[in-house]
Design a protein around this ligand. Structure first.
Ligand code: SIN
Length: 287
């Protein structure tokens, strides 16, 4: 056995515990910088499908170690927007408000961010995203995760029936401010229509798949009905009963499933430094 395998070789059964009543699970005892056997990885995968988001504390990861862990889940997505903050690896992006020589070193720098599901405006969106915390403000800048299985399950039956089989157009055109909804769809912006309710390919469960940052309209409805319906769905999805707000600590890594969760960010003091390293894993076309 080589040294890297040895570092996780004591792990037989993962220790996991829920981090909230709504969503999420903490996994303890695994060093993500080291390789791990298929038995350990399979337990991580099962915990992820059960918990929707996984939290690993006290990790020490460089870019390539994080990339290597990401690649266990599937093909990594490249960085697709013209943001600052590209890593040395084509799939690594930094989320940061830090400026060096007057230039931002990361993307999505400041302030609150509306709820969204990563890359839902692409034909094949990101299945998974992982963020690794490197510098964190003393307060605020929490990432809030919401459980979209629960959102789907608790919708009124008549609304579910009315929207079953419908597609919603998701867009991302807010190059000037990637964190809040824009008022105009920019010509040439990226967009794609996906089911309002999608089915998770592993669990078989349905999840609500529209979000306040990126969903523009529901196809086949008048603008007035689409706007009204989306506002009902956004408010429903964002209720606190489905939430977990993560207060980051340096060394945290969170892996989330974009197929059945949404996430947002709370505001924070722009004079404090915030830096996280992000990798996304490609999934399948939603159905
Ligand atoms: C993201 O949505 O990728 C960024 C979330 C955050 O900065 O907390």
């Amino acid at each position: 056995m080589n040294d890297t395998l040895a570092a996780n070789s004591h792990v037989t059964h993962l220790v996991t515990s829920p981090i909230s009543g709504a969503i999420g699970c903490e996994v303890r005892g695994v060093d993500l910088a080291q390789d791990m056997g298929a038995d350990v990885f399979d337990q991580i995968l099962a915990a992820w499908h059960e918990g929707l988001i996984l939290l690993f504390r006290d990790q020490h990861l460089d870019e390539l170690e994080q990339v290597r862990f990401g690649e266990r889940f599937g093909t990594l997505a490249g960085v697709i927007n013209q943001h600052n903050g590209r890593g040395t690896h084509p799939s690594v992006m930094y989320i940061s408000n830090i400026r060096e020589n007057g230039q931002l070193i990361g993307a999505l720098p400041d302030g609150e961010m509306y709820f969204h599901s990563d890359q839902c405006y692409m034909e094949v969106p990101a299945m998974a995203t992982m963020l690794y915390a490197m510098e964190i403000p003393s307060k605020g800048g929490d990432t809030v995760f919401a459980n979209m299985y629960k959102a789907y399950e608790t919708l009124p039956t008549e609304l579910k029936t009315h929207l079953e089989g419908r597609l919603a157009v998701n867009v991302y055109d807010y190059e000037s401010n990637g964190t809040m909804r824009g008022s105009q769809i920019k010509a040439g912006g990226k967009y794609f229509a996906h089911p309002v309710f999608r089915t998770h390919p592993v669990t078989g469960k349905k999840a609500l798949y529209v979000n306040r940052l990126m969903t523009d309209h529901i196809e086949g409805l008048s603008k007035a009905e689409s706007d009204e319906t989306l506002n009902v769905l956004f408010d429903h999805a964002e209720q606190a009963a489905f939430h977990y707000a993560h207060q980051w600590r340096v060394g945290d890594l969170i892996l989330w499933d974009n197929r059945c969760s949404q996430h947002a960010r709370t505001d924070f003091d722009a004079s404090e430094r915030r830096k996280l390293r992000r990798i996304t894993v490609l999934g399948e076309k939603p159905y």
